[in-house]
Design a binder for this molecule. Structure first.
Ligand code: AMP
Length: 297
């Protein structure tokens, strides 16, 4: 495994691999890696001919009051894990190279970037879309792997890739959880034992909602209220039910929906979600109802 810091060297390597007809799988990360990141890397190693993982704590997605300086940095451990997983290149540019003096260009994905996490982090998705575009321009991936853990981010990157005609397939991978249900996150290490215990209310509330959905509940407010109740001991940022593709809030559950939550816990901000697709035969029944002129969703 090679570690590349230089933009130009990264691109030269990527062009050479492409010239050999090899597909490049890419996993962008901010480091402090855990099993969630590892699952993306495993998918890339299995599917693509060569794999690049980037480790870059991107300053443009942090507001001045956020945790850019204290964000966990464990580069050596990250590299050891990535090597074990079979990564070919770790791309680790520095902030000065990514955003040199005079840097002035940003990517904004409208609509999708306006609700959920944007309400409290309005700067965030512009920073993410910009850095991902820049990384794509250097790594030249055929496929890039992202986690459903950051579902709004995934939807935005997919939209961006489509809108900008980027020649990359965006692959969304499932959320990896600790055995007790807590969604893995680099920021979980900020939690005290007591906070971590309290944080389990999040996944427990989502599991209950999943059971309600599976049992046929189709009223959005009933689901959202149940999750709010389950997360009551926490400082809730949002609990929303949206269309999984457009991120537009829905009242009735139809097609594929995303139930997404965020809460503040000490110095950590925790997000989690589940997706639910109304089963086909259920959809057909709903369509029949709609044809009979009864509003369904
Ligand atoms: P980050 O290092 O937090 O920027 O995350 C890098 C990538 O790992 C993003 O695509 C995340 O969605 C993904 N990721 C983070 N946590 C998890 C998790 N628990 N399960 C699956 N993917 C994850």
């Amino acid at each position: 495994m090679k570690i590349i810091h230089d933009k130009q060297a990264m691109r030269v390597w990527a062009i050479a691999e492409k010239a050999k007809g090899r597909s490049i799988g890419f996993v962008p990360t901010m480091g402090a890696l855990h099993e969630g990141h590892a699952s993306l890397v495993r998918a890339a190693v299995e599917r693509d001919d060569v794999t690049v993982a980037s480790v870059f704590v991107n300053p443009t997605q942090f507001a001045p009051h956020e945790d850019l300086d204290s964000y966990p940095r464990t580069f050596e451990e990250d590299c050891a894990l990535l090597e074990k997983l079979g990564v070919d290149i770790v791309y680790a540019p520095d902030a000065e190279t990514m955003y040199p003096e005079g840097y002035a260009t940003y990517v904004t994905v409208e609509g999708l970037s306006e609700g959920l996490c944007s309400l409290t982090r309005p700067h965030f998705f512009r920073g993410v879309a910009t850095v991902v575009t820049k990384l794509f321009c250097t790594v030249l991936p055929d496929r890039a792997y992202f986690g459903q853990k950051d579902a709004q981010q995934c939807a935005i990157i997919k939209r961006m890739a489509e809108d900008l005609d980027l020649a990359v397939e965006i692959v969304e991978m499932p959320i990896i959880r600790e055995t007790d249900g807590l969604a893995m996150s680099s920021r979980n290490r900020y939690l005290s034992a007591e906070e971590r215990q309290k944080a389990l209310n999040i996944s427990a509330a989502l599991r209950r909602a999943q059971a309600m959905l599976a049992a046929g509940e189709r009223d959005g407010a009933a689901i959202v209220n149940a999750v709010r109740e389950g997360m009551a001991p926490l400082d809730i940022d949002y609990v929303v039910l949206v269309d999984a593709r457009t991120m537009v809030p829905v009242d009735r559950i139809c097609g594929e929906v995303l139930l997404a939550v965020a809460a503040n816990m000490g110095s950590a901000r925790l997000i989690d979600n589940i997706k639910f697709a109304v089963p086909q035969d259920n959809e057909a029944a709903l369509e029949m109802t709609a044809k009979e002129n009864v509003p369904c969703c």
